[in-house]
Ligand binder design. Structure first.
Ligand SMILES: C[S@@+](CC[C@H](N)C(=O)[O-])C[C@H]1O[C@@H](n2cnc3c(N)ncnc32)[C@H](O)[C@@H]1O
Length: 285
């Protein structure tokens, strides 16, 4: 049974299995804004990646966040379809009110699947969730696969941060960014796999899925763009969580300054994270 309780500073949600570093507790408005930018940036591609969804389908969106994709799916499946949107924190999902959209507080790592009706979904999807479940992604994927009906599809979209880089070696922020970012090793120092996204097809196969397909997409953006603002707000949220748990050393704090300063500078162009989309089907036998 999962137990939820606020951290000492009220900013982190602890579960029996993991701590979600960007939990909204204590910073709901800021997280609402950050997730809203995330939706603005990623929804157009996510909709294309889910364009095969048919009226009448049953869909499960895991770690649905603020819910824009769950709402889109509910509209797509129509009155004869059904969407279940889950999250460990349903603060934002609870605002949604559509007759065919059901919201459930649920931890994909540790809560029983019984309440989700395993084996019944035509589509199970997640976006930018698995990255955060460091070392437990395969467990989460296996549990999502269990929710599919035979022949149903799993889609996951997740980031690969190894290639994020400024594009102009003559820019004043170029060398500093590289020195701190270290091709994404910055994430590894915090316990996350910066290259996670590229492992998805392999993990899907290991979890028994068939007809696996994969595509990845990145874009060159500038400081001050929605991407720049989202990345800035994400870094600030991680910095705040490190301040709260005592892991924010003076050196780390300085490094945050090096990474965040260019993100408001429109003369700073950088390659975004690569966002992988992976599809796989549960076998019928
Ligand atoms: C980066 S946000 C992405 C939100 C949404 N998928 C989107 O792309 O708009 C990650 C979400 O996963 C949720 N989450 C984190 N750990 C989870 C877990 N173990 N089970 C279910 N949801 C989780 C968080 O509360 C958060 O809403």
């Amino acid at each position: 049974m999962t137990q939820y309780k606020d951290g000492t500073n009220g900013e982190r949600i602890h579960t029996s299995e993991s701590v979600y570093r960007l939990a909204a507790t204590g910073r709901q408005k800021a997280e609402d804004e950050r997730l809203s930018l995330l939706e603005e940036i990623f929804d157009p591609l996510s909709r294309q990646r889910r364009a095969f969804v048919q009226p009448g389908w049953r869909c499960l969106e895991v770690g649905a966040g603020r819910g824009s994709m769950a709402v889109w799916l509910a509209q797509r499946v129509g009155v004869n379809g059904r969407v279940v949107a889950t999250d460990v924190d349903t603060t934002y999902l609870n605002r949604l009110d559509l007759p065919n959209l059901e919201v459930r507080r649920h931890n994909i790592l540790s809560d029983s699947l019984d309440s989700l009706d395993p084996g019944s979904y035509d589509l199970v999807c997640a976006r930018l969730l698995l990255f955060w479940l460091a070392g437990k992604q395969e467990i989460a994927i296996r549990r999502m696969v269990e929710c599919l009906r035979p022949g149903g599809w799993l889609i996951d979209e997740d980031g690969d941060w190894g290639m994020v880089a400024p594009v102009d070696p003559s820019h004043s922020h170029y060398a500093g960014y590289h020195r701190v970012w270290k091709n994404g090793e910055w994430w590894a120092e915090r316990g996350y796999d910066p290259l996670f996204g590229r492992t998805l097809p392999m993990l899907f196969e290991r979890c028994g899925l068939v007809n696996i397909r994969h595509k990845a997409s990145a874009t060159v953006v500038r400081g001050g763009s929605p991407w720049g603002r989202w990345w800035l707000q994400s870094l600030e949220a991680i910095r705040a969580s490190e301040h709260a748990d005592g892991s924010l050393t003076e050196e780390r704090d300085t490094e945050y300054g090096v990474l965040t300063a260019p993100l408001t500078d429109p003369s700073f162009w950088f390659l975004s994270a690569l966002i992988h989309g992976c599809w796989g089907q549960r076998g019928v036998s």
